[in-house]
Design a protein around this ligand. Structure first.
Ligand SMILES: [Zn+2]
Length: 317
């Protein structure tokens, strides 16, 4: 793609120019450089520089289309220049970027920044290519949130929906291949059924599996070389530990704290995806690679206002 930016400083300069954004998006969407109408597939299209849109000359409705069409940014009113910059910042930040920082950095309202970040987070969802985890795999779960005690009754009723464990905490389950990737998701319960399903879905049979002594992990011995570390006694016994999962939880929790306002359980999975993306792409990748990967994953996904907000306003974090 030629002289794509390598640093945040370069990204700011590069993506401030519409023509550069166009070059980037065309290379991403149409690698041979031939832009096709997303509605009819025709190559009979022209770029209208003043409108910042393409126009298809075939006879059909909605002949004009933007470079955001068919991506998570499709129906965003925010210019592509800013969308690309937000994506760059999200995938390359160390622990977290808050909507307040984006609001100040790129000159949109905090609400808009929050919405842009949630869209961008969708691109960090793991397509789970590369198959199941193998070798030495740790499995663990953690509780997130849960200041339910101090809430008013109605707020409590609203916040403690599905995906909440004891005391209104949400549960996140993770499997992590040592030296490799993590797969993490919000689960309903810490029951055997839920945690076994998580392991079976993501871990190759016969792999070495390490967990703590939670009863729910019992019964995996037949399928995996399962070893247990009893945290009441010790945290590490040779190879038997879940320290890599612990590290991931600490990243996730620091990230959530860094959003400055509590994260609704409804949206928790987005933050889990975001942390897992940065964790999984921390090695052998530079900022430009990470951005390019997220942009690839931004294609073919949509996130509407209604999906994002659910049944009531959630402009909180
Ligand atoms: Zn067309």
């Amino acid at each position: 793609m030629g002289n794509v930016p390598a640093t945040l400083q370069e990204a700011i300069t590069y993506f401030s120019i519409v023509e550069n954004c166009r070059t980037y998006m065309v290379a991403l969407r149409w690698p041979d450089g031939k832009v096709l109408c997303p509605r009819c597939g025709s190559a009979n299209v022209d770029w209208l520089p003043n409108a910042g849109l393409y126009k298809c000359y075939e006879k059909h409705d909605r002949q004009k289309f933007s470079l955001k069409v068919g991506t998570i940014f499709e129906d965003s009113p925010i210019p592509l220049e800013k969308c690309l910059l937000v994506m760059w910042i999200l995938v390359n930040c160390k622990i977290v970027v808050s909507s307040y920082e984006i609001h100040r950095a790129i000159g949109v309202t905090q609400k808009t920044a929050w919405f842009m970040l949630q869209r961008a987070r969708l691109a960090t969802q793991d397509p789970q290519s590369g198959g199941k985890l193998k070798g030495e795999v740790e499995v663990d779960e953690t509780f997130i949130g849960g200041k339910a005690r101090n809430m008013h009754q109605d707020v409590k009723a609203r916040k403690i929906g599905p995906n909440r464990g004891p005391m209104g905490k949400a549960i996140v389950s993770a499997v992590l291949e040592r030296g490799g990737k993590v797969r993490a998701k919000v689960v309903d319960k810490r029951k055997k059924k839920d945690l076994h399903a998580m392991v079976r879905e993501h871990v190759e049979p016969k792999a070495a599996l390490y967990s703590d002594s939670l009863k729910s992990y019992d019964g995996l011995d037949g399928e995996y070389a399962h070893q247990v570390i009893d945290h009441a006694i010790q945290y590490v016994d040779g190879q038997v530990h879940t320290n890599n999962c612990e590290n991931f939880w600490s990243l996730l929790k620091r990230g959530l704290k860094g959003t400055y306002v509590s994260v609704e359980p409804y949206h928790l999975f987005r933050y889990v995806d975001e942390q897992a993306f940065r964790y999984n792409n921390r090695k052998d990748m530079n900022d430009a690679d990470r951005f390019a990967l997220a942009m690839k994953q931004a294609v073919g996904k949509r996130l509407t206002y209604t999906e994002l907000t659910g049944s009531f306003e959630r402009w909180t974090n």
